[in-house]
Ligand binder design. Structure first.
Ligand code: NAD
Ligand code: TYD
Length: 363
């Protein structure tokens, strides 16, 4: 059945990749993208799809229930894929309030409006045909030691303001299922990488600095571990969860791909050396690596056990890390105008605040 999907945060990194993919895979679905265009949102991320008659963009805030009601009514929304969030851990450490406003109160507003339309009014659509898919993170589970994996049964133990706000929203989503019967699905995914990621996150930040011959800031000893997944694999997993997921369930999505931060940074340096040549003086880009003061409360290791989604839908990542990183580096090389446009005055101010006083520990 052709769906009418409200995508929130579709101008951000994962949201934009999702909108692109869903318009390609589901040609008869209507996609309504609601995005406030914070610093992380960018209309350029959807260049080329804006002319598609199945795509509609609305600028607005997920905390605005009046606007949400209008959109649900106007487009007869039967599916929500909720990406909109404040998403950067470092920003949550310096300013947690906005994280609570968007991630917690914004999610609550969406839940309230979906409940009103699908359950209290049940206009035109049976609630059984509706889905509210909440996109969350593995960071809600806390930090792992040397061994073990996060499963869907792992207790929540968020340790940053970002992950605490996401955990809070996950709890609300599940509460609306148990209390009111809202047809929800929750996905908890590991670190994504790929095209259109804002260069506050590790991989695009390293690409940007390494290309410019600037120091590459590595927090602590560079030994923290993340489980990296190519963004399009994540988006496919979300579409499969929408279609095959059991209502009320959570699904972990991961890359089976644990890497130390330093390994990731060095791979990017080597790829850039190969693509564009060494730095002046024939220096390899690895020489730009600069160890800086660690992030407060820095989670040591994340690793996802994605057996449930594999067992239930046969989903597993298609992209290898090596190929995914090559594609990603090439995308940033081919889209330097995009990068130049996002590294604007406010980004430079952000960079100075975040990194200007970060004491060098060694280099
Ligand atoms: P992002 O920061 O790149 O994009 C967020 C988008 O949400 C932006 O377009 C922004 O304008 C929009 N937005 C923010 N506040 C809004 C509001 N109040 N109303 C409407 N729009 C608003 O984030 P991302 O990396 O694409 O992450 C998307 C989602 O996926 C988030 O919920 C995040 O928690 C989750 N997630 C991200 C990762 C990752 O590695 N990036 C991993 C797992 C889960
Ligand atoms: P990030 O991309 O911010 O994602 P998350 O914190 O959600 O995992 O960071 C990935 C890892 O890289 C994390 O361990 C912090 C580290 N990191 C650096 O070492 N230097 C940096 O400049 C940034 C942004 C991150």
């Amino acid at each position: 059945m052709a769906k009418k999907v409200l995508v929130t945060g579709g101008c951000g990194f994962i949201g934009a990749n999702f909108v692109r993919l869903i318009l390609k895979m589901k040609e008869d679905w209507q996609v309504i993208n609601l995005d406030k265009l914070t610093y992380a949102g960018n209309l350029e991320n959807l260049k080329g799809v804006d002319g598609n008659p199945h795509y509609h963009y609305v600028r607005g805030d997920i905390c605005n229930e009046k606007l949400l009601e209008k959109l649900f009514l106007e487009y007869n929304i039967d599916t929500v894929v909720h990406f909109a969030a404040e998403s950067h851990v470092d920003r949550s450490i310096t300013g947690p309030d906005e994280f609570v406003r968007t991630n917690v109160f914004g999610t609550l507003s969406l839940l309230n409006v979906a409940k009103k339309r699908w359950i209290e009014q049940e206009v035109n659509t049976s609630v059984n045909d509706c889905r509210f898919l909440h996109v969350s993170t593995d960071e809600v589970y806390g930090s792992l030691g040397e061994s073990g994996y996060f499963t869907e049964a792992t207790c929540y133990d968020p340790r940053s303001p970002y992950s605490a706000s996401k955990a809070s929203s996950d709890h609300l989503v599940r509460a609306y299922y148990h209390t009111y019967g809202l047809p929800v699905l929750v996905t908890n995914c590991s670190n994504n990488y790929g095209p259109y990621q804002f260069p506050e996150k590790l991989i695009p930040l390293v690409i940007s600095n390494a290309l410019a011959g600037k120091e590459i800031p590595v927090y602590g000893d560079g030994g923290n571990i993340r489980d990296w997944l190519y963004v399009e694999d994540h988006c496919e997993a979300i579409i499969q969860t929408l279609e095959k997921g059991r209502v009320g369930e959570s699904y972990n999505i991961g890359g089976h791909n644990e890497k130390k931060n330093l390994e990731v940074v060095e791979l990017i340096c080597d790829l850039l050396d190969m693509r564009v040549g060494l730095l002046p003086g024939d220096e390899p880009r690895r020489s730009l690596v600069t160890f800086v003061t660690d992030r407060l409360g820095h989670d040591r290791r994340y690793a996802i056990d994605a057996a449930k989604i594999d067992k239930e839908f046969g989903w597993c990542p298609k992209m290898t890390f090596e190929t995914g990183m090559e594609k990603t580096v090439d995308w940033y090389l081919d889209n330097r105008e995009w990068m130049d446009s996002v590294i604007d005055g406010s980004y430079r101010e952000y960079y100075e605040t975040m990194y200007g006083n970060r004491k060098l520990e060694s280099s």
